[in-house]
Design a protein around this ligand. Structure first.
Ligand code: AMP
Ligand code: MG
Length: 327
């Protein structure tokens, strides 16, 4: 099977109706989509991504009204957040209805829902009779795709159609919130800054309850290039590792190195988020022995970027069984 890239929403819709997978553009990253009500199609997502069955899928909806088909209960604050940030990079984890297959939610009694902002994704969802389960269109644990070509490079022949919507405008995954004892909690920092959510929801703490039935730390390593990555003070790391072929992932300021990506010479967090995953891919392909990355300011989209970099660094420590420098 050879992969086809195109911009034809009707072709994508027909394949999805036939139970096939389609990679779709969203404003965050490209998703690997299937009919969320078709258990066999959703099982294929786990197979193609080599994703463990304990990691639930986010369900993409065409708007607020479709949430009522999927969710048994919508807290008032959830509604306010949807009104303020949808369509956009915000996922809400809410009690699910029986119509949502257990496979999609990994057996949890909640489902993550999101209304994406990308115009092609919206046209597709409006053409379909069902919502789309769609995790990022990459192999489990690796760097998320922000262009159609990234999807082809990694999943190649396993995806019958890639709907090409150009480079992703946000570039990091959605922010995920849920509710614990009636309080809004954060599962994952992402494309909507926590500060913006807190203007509506009040203070949002990190989730306390473990959602996934896995040992702590298992999902700490993620978003990882194949080249080992260390996170910390780039200048100190460059000095300490002299003699090695080093690739540098910098925020604003260039450095002398075997390979270099500067995420935002203007020091803008949104620009840095857009550039992040493509930069990681480029540095991974540069032939460097080690990627040296620096933390961004811990505010706004900087939190989502730092979260992804910490997980990429955790993957290296896990592989090497060492505890390298981490800022
Ligand atoms: P992604 O791979 O970017 O689609 O992200 C999916 C992530 O959403 C999962 O790894 C979970 O962290 C989170 N998620 C999805 N559904 C749920 C749920 N029902 N409860 C808690 N977290 C969820
Ligand atoms: Mg993912």
């Amino acid at each position: 099977m050879s992969v086809r890239i195109g911009t034809d929403v009707e072709v994508a819709a027909q394949k999805l109706r036939a139970g096939e997978l389609v990679a779709i553009p969203t404003e965050t990253v490209y998703g690997l989509a299937a009919n969320a009500f078709d258990e066999r199609a959703c099982l294929r997502i786990f197979e193609v991504k080599r994703r463990p069955a304990f990691d639930p899928l986010i369900v993409h909806v065409r708007g607020r009204a479709q949430v009522d088909e999927l969710c048994a209960e919508v807290p008032r604050i959830a509604d306010e957040l949807m009104r303020a940030f949808w369509p956009g990079p915000l996922t809400l984890v809410l009690p699910k209805c029986a119509i949502v297959p257990d496979l999609v939610t990994s057996g949890l009694d909640t489902v993550g829902v999101r209304h994406p902002a990308h115009p092609l994704a919206q046209r597709l969802l409006e053409a379909l009779e069902f919502p789309l389960a769609a995790p990022s269109a990459n192999l489990f644990g690796q760097v998320s795709p922000t262009t159609a070509q990234h999807v082809v490079d990694q999943l190649g022949a396993e995806v019958p159609y890639v709907l090409d919507g150009g480079p992703c405008a946000v570039g990091v995954e959605s922010t995920i919130v849920g509710w614990e004892d009636g309080r809004c909690v954060l599962y994952r920092p992402g494309g909507i800054p926590q500060e913006a959510l807190e203007e509506i929801a009040g203070r949002i703490d990190p989730a306390q309850r473990r959602v996934l039935p896995v040992a702590p730390g298992m999902l700490e390593s993620h978003y990882a290039p194949r080249t080992p990555l260390v996170l910390g003070d780039v200048d100190a790391l460059l000095a300490a590792q002299r003699g090695k072929r080093l690739a540098v992932l910098a925020f604003e300021r260039p450095r002398e190195a075997h390979a270099l990506r500067v995420l935002s010479p203007r020091g803008e967090l949104a620009e840095a988020a857009r550039a992040l995953f493509a930069a990681l891919r480029a540095l991974d392909a540069s032939g460097a022995e080690l990627i040296v990355a620096e933390c961004l300011p811990e505010r706004g989209l900087g939190r989502a970027i730092n979260d992804r970099l910490r997980r990429a660094a955790a993957a290296r420590r896990e592989r090497e069984g060492s505890s390298g420098p981490i800022a």
